[in-house]
Design a protein around this ligand. Structure first.
Ligand code: MG
Length: 160
């Protein structure tokens, strides 16, 4: 069996009055992430981890932020497409491990919901997705509530 790992990172600004989509779930929050699509920083990091593992470039290469087709797009579509792309090359996703860096709101109460949304998009079990959350100890742009970061690693495998 051949295995590969990939790394993903993403960042988005936070703004008052925006919807906050994170891990495919809309969080209760006065601030939300800004971006060309729905700005789901966790899904974008996961997409890049999977694409990286399969050596398929990055999310901006496939879904450019200057392409009007992706304006306001639900990022769950990107993850579904990324899964299709790696499966087309014969890979299966093994597991994904992620960390979200954010001051507010608390992410932990929503993690099980995120896993239930994300697992079917990647054709894996909820137990194959780990989502962790940390604050940035009030340091830097995350600490000032100006932005949100996410990191992800993904393992993919195929028989030969
Ligand atoms: Mg992004």
């Amino acid at each position: 069996m051949k295995i590969r790992v990939g790394l993903g990172f993403d960042v988005h600004q936070l703004e008052e009055g925006r919807d906050f989509w994170l891990g495919g779930v809309k969080l209760p929050s006065t601030k939300g992430a800004t971006g060309h699509s729905d700005a789901d920083v966790l899904i974008h990091a996961i997409c890049d981890a999977i694409l990286g593992a399969a050596n398929l470039r990055d999310i901006g290469y496939h879904f450019s932020n200057t392409d009007s087709r992706w304006s306001g797009m639900d990022s769950k579509y990107f993850l579904k497409e990324v899964t299709r792309m790696v499966e087309e090359k014969g890979w299966k996703i093994g597991n994904v491990d992620c960390t979200i860096c954010l001051e507010h709101p608390k992410v932990n109460p929503h993690i099980d919901h995120m896993k239930s949304v994300l697992a079917p998009l990647m054709h894996i079990d909820e137990d194959d997705i780990s989502i962790k959350a940390t604050t940035n100890e009030k340091l830097g742009y995350v600490g000032r509530d100006e932005g949100v970061n996410a990191y992800a690693v993904a393992l993919i495998h195929r028989s030969a």
